[in-house]
Design a protein around this ligand. Structure first.
Ligand code: GRF
Length: 193
C-alpha cells in the first residue's frame, strides 16, 4: 500500500441510497484540517437520495449502470484513474466490489458496516441482533477485501441496546454513531500509513 499522507487524499464515496454517511463525510472533507478531499461520488442507483449532497456541494458524480458488473467496474476504474482517486469510502453501497476491482484500483477501500464485526456480517444486521437479544451492537469501519465484511478492522463504536429498541430505533442509534465514526476511522487509518 502506498504512503498516502502529505496532501489531502483524493477520495471517492460510493453510495446506493440515503447518503447520510456521505453527508457527514462531505462535512469532514470541507473542514480545514481534513486529511481527505472528496472529489467524486459514485452511485449505482439513479434515485439515490444521497446524490443531492453531490449536487449541493458541486462534487462530480456518476450514476453507473450495474447490469453488467464487469463493464460497470471498468467504467468506474477509468473515472477513478482520471481523477487520481487514492481512497474509496463505501457508504451504504449495495454492490459487491470484485476481487478484480480491488486489485486494479490498488489503493485502500474502506467500508462502514452497521454491526460489531466480525459479528453479523451481511444484510439485516439490526433484525438479527435484536432476535439474538444482544446487549450491544454498533458499527465498524474496515478495509475492503474480496471476502465480504472481513477486512482489517480500523475502528468500531459500541452502542448499548435498550429493551425498548426496535429495528428503527436501533438503526437510528447506530446511524448517529456512524456519522462520527467514519471520519475518525479515516483519520486513524491515514495517520497509520
Ligand atoms: C449505514 O448504516 C451503513 O453502515 C450501511 O448502510 C447504511 C447507509 O446509510 N453500510 P446512509 O446511506 O449513509 O444513510
Amino acid at each position: 500500500m502506498e504512503k498516502l499522507v502529505g496532501n489531502k487524499v483524493n477520495t471517492a464515496v460510493f453510495i446506493s441510497g440515503r447518503g447520510s454517511n456521505l453527508k457527514y463525510l462531505i462535512n469532514y472533507s470541507n473542514s480545514k484540517k481534513s486529511l481527505i478531499k472528496i472529489k467524486l461520488i459514485i452511485s449505482n442507483n439513479n434515485n439515490a437520495l444521497g446524490l443531492k449532497y453531490a449536487k449541493k456541494n458541486q462534487i462530480k458524480y456518476f450514476v453507473i449502470d450495474y447490469k453488467n458488473v464487469y463493464l460497470a467496474e471498468t467504467k468506474i476504474l477509468n473515472i477513478l484513474s482520471k481523477l487520481n482517486i487514492k481512497l474509496i469510502c463505501l457508504a451504504g453501497f449495495m454492490k459487491i466490489i470484485s476481487k478484480n476491482f480491488i486489485k486494479k484500483f490498488n489503493n485502500p477501500i474502506l467500508n462502514i458496516h452497521p454491526s460489531l464485526l466480525p459479528k453479523y456480517k451481511g444484510l439485516n444486521t439490526h433484525q438479527r441482533v435484536l432476535k439474538n437479544k444482544e446487549i450491544f451492537s454498533g458499527s465498524t469501519v474496515h478495509l475492503v477485501t474480496p471476502k465480504l465484511d472481513s477486512g482489517k478492522i480500523i475502528l468500531q463504536k459500541k452502542v448499548r441496546i435498550s429493551k425498548s429498541d426496535d429495528i428503527n430505533k436501533l438503526e437510528k442509534k447506530i446511524l448517529n454513531a456512524e456519522h462520527k465514526l467514519y471520519s475518525k476511522a479515516i483519520i486513524k487509518f491515514l495517520s497509520s500509513l
